[in-house]
Ligand binder design. Structure first.
Ligand code: KG4
Ligand code: ZN
Length: 340
């Protein structure tokens, strides 16, 4: 049966909503980013994030409905991210979604945020199954074998920090603002500056990732070269753009190597894989997309990555997941809770 979905996403620092019609596709996708509010703290402050969601959610939802020429009455389903994420932030979206579902007698669907990222490529393209998906964001880094809509297996994941977190934390070390990923990308040149820090090799036998060692390696190298004072936790060469460029380039090449190594390793035991997708905020990065795309070209496998607006957190990907969950009759009830 055709259906119209209103989705709500508040898992971290973006208040987002979208409207998706099963017969027409995405009708609207609206977002408020809190990045300016968190910038001065060098990362997301959970308490501030929840408060900002509370302030913005009503306007964002109404804008999404308006842009889709819709009303609360005309939608059939309310979808909401209920895991994983910051508890206080998730609760704002969940309570808002439940209130609409209860007051307007609409169906409710809880959606996993990472599943949203995994299927975000489908908002613009048709990706064949089975495929391999690398999801890399500020909170998650996983390799998944995606067999069908809603059917995927996590075959590798980070054991500590996420890739986006590594960009953000290392950017902070060298006095660059939050979020570090896009700034590192702009500063980096494609030259290799491996000599700059001892590159901690990842374990080549496993599909799991580890990024916390990378931050320590950069830190120790900066200390050794006299650019960082451990006692006061200060970068001593804030004005030295050439130095920041070297660190940015080394880091980008290093994360590119790690991603490529893991994808090549994952493709070996899964010869049935028909495509590779790259999703999550880190997939905005052009250099990383090029590196992965090159591997895929060599292996004659198509490569897909969503447009940047669908790589970072958004409501559209949540609505897309809800759309196939509705077809599979996977509805939630008003007891739906958050999981972190
Ligand atoms: O998916 P996302 O919006 O939120 C989470 O679910 O975490 O991802 C945000 C992360 C941040 O860590 C940010 O630094 C990173 O994505 N990011 C990038 C780029 N743009 C955003 N990392 C590398 N290169 C970029 N161009
Ligand atoms: Zn995300």
């Amino acid at each position: 049966m055709p259906h119209k979905i209103l989705s709500i996403e508040t898992s971290c620092d973006e208040t987002a909503a979208a409207v998706y019609e099963s017969e027409k596709g995405l009708m609207s996708s609206v977002l408020f980013s809190q990045v300016e509010q968190h910038k001065k703290f060098g990362g997301v402050v959970p308490e501030l994030a929840s408060r900002s969601h509370i302030e913005k959610i009503s306007t964002i939802v109404q804008d999404a409905l308006k842009q889709a020429n819709s009303t609360f009455e005309s939608i059939d389903i309310v979808a909401v991210t209920n895991s994983p994420g910051l508890p206080g932030s998730l609760l704002v979206g969940l309570c808002f979604a439940k209130s609409i579902a209860w007051a307007k007698n609409k169906k409710l669907i809880g959606v996993n945020h990472v599943e949203g990222h995994i299927f975000s490529s489908f908002l613009e393209q048709n990706v064949p199954f089975p495929h391999l998906c690398l999801v890399a964001s500020g909170g998650h880094t996983s390799l998944c074998l995606v067999k069908d809509f809603g059917k995927y297996e996590v075959i590798g994941k980070t054991l500590d920090d996420a890739a986006g977190e590594a960009f953000d934390k290392i950017a902070k070390l060298i006095n660059l603002p939050y979020p570090g990923g896009p700034i590192i990308e702009n500063l980096a040149t494609e030259e290799r500056f491996y000599d700059f820090f001892t590159y901690p090799r990842s374990n080549k036998k496993t599909l799991n990732f580890s990024f916390s060692g990378l931050k320590t390696a950069v830190l120790y190298d900066l200390v050794k070269r006299g650019h960082y004072d451990m006692k006061t936790k200060t970068f001593l060469n804030s004005k030295d753009t050439a130095l920041q460029k070297k660190v940015a380039s080394s880091l980008l090449v290093c994360i590119g190597d790690i991603f490529c190594e893991k994808i090549e390793l994952a493709l070996k035991p899964y010869p049935e894989v028909k495509a590779v997708t790259f999703a999550g905020g880190v997939a905005c990065n052009k250099y990383l997309k090029q590196r992965i795309s090159k591997i895929c070209d060599n292996k004659n496998i198509p490569f897909f990555a969503p447009s940047p607006k669908f790589c970072t957190d958004n409501g559209a990907m949540i609505a897309f997941v809800a759309q196939y969950k509705a077809e599979q009759n996977k509805f939630s009830n008003l007891e739906l809770d958050i999981f972190t």
